[in-house]
Structure formats: structure tokens, C-alpha cells
Design a protein around this ligand. Structure first.
Ligand SMILES: [Zn+2]
Length: 194
């Protein structure tokens, strides 16, 4: 008999037809996976809580279909569907407008555009989460920051963006927002991401 990995028990839940195309809660999922694991191994020491979130984000080659979150703690699995990232690039005209608005400066480090170093326009709300290639959703980044952002897998905002929100929060006297944004900026500074 083939030895099943812990992940196999989780994937098995989604292979079971009775769990197709219907909403289920995280605790339901958790108890079923644990039950199946215990029946075969004699222990229920299997940590399942994080898997649905990771499966939504990254999918899995053994998972034929996609998992969606319907509301907090509730999921639905659609077998046979594939992950598709709808691309929505910026047109050249919109890129020009965005760069002009951003004064031809990288919104992360402030570097100016030169003839040899053309700045990039990046999605604030990433394409993978449905962000569109429109004026409001664009920000200007230099290639170094753009690559750094990609390497760090930071999917949305840069430091200057948070600073702008912090200014707004201060104007609106939004104490919670101010605290949150100041903490985030501290993290950026701590890791020299400025
Ligand atoms: Zn930069």
C-alpha cells in the first residue's frame, strides 16, 4: 500500500464527490480530514487549518479544480475548473498619464526616470486579485523596486503609498488607521525597505 502524506488526506476531502460544488465550513473540513486520518493512522494529529487558504492562493497539482472562499470560514470546491489570472495590462496612453501624475518618479524610492532607465507602471491591486489596468490602479516604480517587490512577493502597496494613507488617516483623525500604518512603516524601516 502506498503511504499517504498528510497532504493527501486533505486533498482526499476535495476528491470526495459529496464535497463538490457545495459550501462547507472549515470546522467541517477539519473534523472530516481528522476522522479519515485517525481511521488509518490511529492518531488525529494532523493540522489542517491553513490548507484551504494556501490552496486558494497557490492551488495544488493534485487538486483538480479550484477552491473558493464564500465567506469567513466557509468554502466551496469546484472540480475541473482551472486557475486563470485575468490579465489587464495598462495601455501605453494610460501608462503615460500615470507617470505624469507620479511626476516621473518611483513611488517607492523616489528615483527619477532617465532615458536609460525607464520607469515601470505597476498594478496597485494586483491582476491576480482582479486589479485592472486603469489609471486609478497604477503606480510608477523603478525597475529595482519593481523587482524587489516581485522578489519579496509584496503584491500591492509600497511604502510611499502607506505614507500617503497615513497622512489621510491623520487628516481624518482615524486613530486605528494611524496606529496600523505607523506599525507597517516601522516594519518597512526595520527591513530597510525604504
Ligand atoms: Zn524605486
Amino acid at each position: 500500500m502506498e503511504i499517504k502524506s498528510k497532504k493527501n488526506y486533505m486533498i482526499d476531502f476535495f476528491k470526495d464527490e459529496k464535497n463538490h460544488n457545495r459550501e462547507f465550513t472549515l470546522s467541517e473540513y477539519d473534523s472530516e480530514v481528522k476522522k479519515a486520518y485517525e481511521a488509518e493512522t490511529g492518531t488525529n494529529k494532523i493540522y489542517t487549518n491553513r490548507t484551504p487558504r494556501n490552496l486558494i492562493r497557490y492551488g495544488d497539482p493534485d487538486l483538480d479544480g479550484i477552491l473558493k472562499r464564500t465567506k469567513r470560514g466557509t468554502y466551496i470546491f469546484h472540480p475541473g475548473e482551472k486557475f486563470v489570472i485575468k490579465k489587464s495590462p495598462f495601455s501605453e496612453a494610460i501608462k503615460k498619464k500615470i507617470k505624469k501624475r507620479d511626476k516621473y518618479k518611483c513611488q517607492w524610492c523616489g528615483k527619477k526616470e532617465t532615458k536609460l532607465d525607464i520607469l515601470a507602471v505597476d498594478h496597485l491591486e494586483p491582476e491576480a486579485s482582479g486589479g485592472k489596468g486603469v489609471y486609478e490602479n497604477g503606480t510608477t516604480l523603478c525597475n529595482v523596486c519593481n523587482n524587489r517587490k516581485k522578489n519579496l512577493k509584496i503584491s500591492s502597496f509600497g511604502l510611499n503609498m502607506f505614507k500617503k494613507y497615513l497622512e489621510k488617516s491623520k487628516i481624518n483623525k482615524d486613530e486605528k488607521g494611524i496606529k496600523f500604518l505607523e506599525d507597517i512603516i516601522k516594519v518597512y524601516n526595520k527591513h530597510n525597505l525604504s
